[in-house]
Design a protein around this ligand. Sequence first.
Ligand SMILES: Nc1nc2c(ncn2[C@@H]2O[C@H](COP(=O)(O)OP(=O)(O)OP(=O)(O)O)[C@@H](O)[C@H]2O)c(=O)[nH]1
Ligand SMILES: [Mg+2]
Length: 417
Amino acid sequence: MFIDKAKIFITAGRGGDGCISFRREKYVPFGGPNGGNGGKGGDIYIETDNKKITLLDLSYRPKFHAQDGNKGENSDKFGRYGEDLVIKVPLGTIIYKNGELFADLQELGKKILVAKGGRGGRGNASFKTHNNTVPRIAEKGEPGETAEIDLELRLIADVGLVGFPNAGKSTFLSVVSSARPKIADYPFTTLEPNLGVVNIDDKQFVIADIPGIIEGAHKGKGLGLEFLRHIKRTKVLIYLIDVSGFDGTDPCKTYKVLSNELKKYSKYMSKKHMVIALNKTDICSAKDNIKKFKSKVKGVKIYPISNITKDGISKLLVDVYKLINKPIEDEEIESIPVKKYIYEPEFKVDLDEDGIFVVSGKKVETLAEMTKFNEDEALRRFQNILKKMGVELALEQKGCKIGDTVRIGPFEFEFQK
Ligand SMILES: Nc1nc2c(ncn2[C@@H]2O[C@H](COP(=O)(O)OP(=O)(O)OP(=O)(O)O)[C@@H](O)[C@H]2O)c(=O)[nH]1
Ligand SMILES: [Mg+2]
């Protein structure tokens, strides 16, 4: 199954907790602190891989978690780092992180960091100061970053084949490349895009064959315009039209309908270089239709071809190759949503309906996550930092009194001074 969209949920590794420990050696009366730091949590990367052709496996297993860092140990031993996790995707995958465009992977082997592992908590050896030579304090590891990632695959091809169902697009791809798509004499044989590599002399280019388009496709008729996404990035479009008129359709009308549907999909579709291939010229009714077509449709290069006799195909390919290398004016540029920078205070204090004072903000929440509350010294450090940040004052201004409940993230405390 060809799946070109997937949503995944990722959580980078949590940092390991810092350790509290003191040197204990014979004849050393006051061994200093030697608790090591926790290891960093694993990062999560997304990388393109040419063995991948769809996003199918990701849509089946949408949750990813990188390894957590290990705890720090005594004798100043740092915890082991959590292993990074690499998620493989096909070439041409676009990544949206928490709803915003994040990256467009158009190169093989390109690897980008999507979620950062948490920092390891510091062990007590790091808290040693002149004033406190026996710190009984260590941090917990920082939580790993979490994110919701939307992946969208846009195949990378130089040329797109567009046409009505049954026009012979897949047959054309099988004639000009070594691709072997399904071919049959009924409409909608192709249900997912196929790619083929065309070789002319020592040059190569990639053609994409997509499911057929019919009138009203922009309203979702047939398979709709869903698959046009895969030819959005092509330089050249080949309109492949059955010129035999065998099933009673008028090739000129077919052309009009096609270009209209494409225009409705995106105004940039009509800015691409394009040619028309009038197919099935081996059928005898084709001759008159070609003449008629040429007299009505002007300003576009027209190539009568046959997939059966191969007439006209090499000329078409040579000319298409030339167009690939011709620049396009006003090419579609993916509109990158502009990031809005909104000033957010460092923390916020709210009184909820249960009379609990809720302090929120990344810094305070992370600090709470990294504090070992069952240790007096850690608790004192936590209170000191909150005081310095102005949280204590803000709580009082909101009406918080000694003994009232304060919540930070998942933790609840009694307000004390
Ligand atoms: N006579 C003749 N028949 C052709 C030619 N090209 C394709 N066909 C036939 O047309 C029918 C449809 O061909 P496909 O290649 O499956 O058409 P398609 O455009 O990919 O169709 P969908 O995938 O359904 O959109 C098949 O029976 C082919 O054998 C041609 O040049 N001449
Ligand atoms: Mg087909």
